[in-house]
Ligand binder design. Structure first.
Ligand code: ATP
Length: 251
């Protein structure tokens, strides 16, 4: 699925939070959204997910403006894992993941064998097979995060928006998750704070600052010392680690 963001502006009364952002994401591409705290990454993701009424501009999935789409139709196209995704209930892990199937079923039909198969597969991909029957409330932060990611996979959408998906995960699960985000045939936009992880797994990086896009391109072009100084106010040194991956050091 292609995602097009055209001159998007959004804000609250008295404050513009995302200003005139344009962004094209090709089918199957993984784009990393980076930028300091408060630069507008989560707000932009919510606008792309169709959860905000835009002040100006448009979001299109495969060329179609989503402004008038009902939530159910958007949920069939695009799954969104928010940073503070929570589930306030007594559900088991497998039940939470089954919520990802909701948009694909009529309201009067319960889950069928195909739904259970898709949920089992999503649990397996996030290394949650052993936790399927555990109550959600008993999970650790990282396990909850992986459960929400499994729910998003179970949605079987062609687009995936992830807001800081690695922030509670241990190193192994961070790498697994980013490998999955980088390799899936889905179109992915992922907000990340770890610049090296973003550089390694994303096809392209988009750098936000004060609600606007200040750089958009391959990691080598976006992660430069002058840009990082301007946007993050840090003295950075960009190099390669012994494995050949882009590495960012700070003075
Ligand atoms: N509904 C809202 N009402 C008022 N201000 C808001 C609202 N949503 C976001 N903001 C403000 O807009 C700015 C951008 O917030 P946003 O969460 O999009 O940033 P972010 O880049 O995702 O930050 P972080 O890296 O800390 O998650 C912040 O200053 C935030 O306080």
């Amino acid at each position: 699925m292609r995602i097009a963001v055209e001159h998007l502006t959004w804000g609250v009364p008295g404050k513009t939070i995302v200003q005139d952002v344009s962004l094209q994401v090709s089918d199957g591409e993984t784009v990393g959204l980076i930028g300091p705290n408060g630069s507008g990454k989560s707000s932009l993701l919510r606008c792309i997910a169709g959860l905000r009424t835009l002040t100006a501009g448009a979001v299109r999935y495969d060329g179609v403006d989503i402004a008038a789409w009902p939530a159910r139709e958007r949920a069939r196209k695009l799954a969104f894992v928010e940073q503070t995704a929570d589930t306030d209930s007594d559900l088991r892990v497998a039940d939470v993941v089954m919520l990802g199937r909701t948009a694909h079923r009529s309201r009067w039909r319960g889950p069928d064998a195909a739904d259970h198969e898709i949920v089992a597969e999503a649990l397996g991909r996030l290394d949650l097979g052993g936790l399927a029957d555990r109550p959600w409330k008993q999970l650790s932060g990282g396990e909850r995060q992986r459960t929400h990611l499994a729910r998003a996979l179970a949605q079987r959408t062609s687009g995936l928006l992830l807001d800081e998906p690695t922030n509670h995960l241990d190193v192994r699960h961070q790498l697994d998750l980013m490998e999955l985000a980088g390799r899936t045939p889905q179109t992915v936009v992922v907000a990340l704070h770890d610049l090296a992880l973003a550089a390694r797994y994303c096809d392209r990086l988009v750098l936000m600052h004060r609600g606007t896009v200040v750089a958009d391109g391959p990691a080598e072009e976006v992660l430069t010392a002058p840009l990082l100084r301007e946007v993050f106010d840090v003295d950075a040194e960009i190099g390669r680690d012994s494995l050949g991956h882009l590495a960012v050091g700070y003075r």
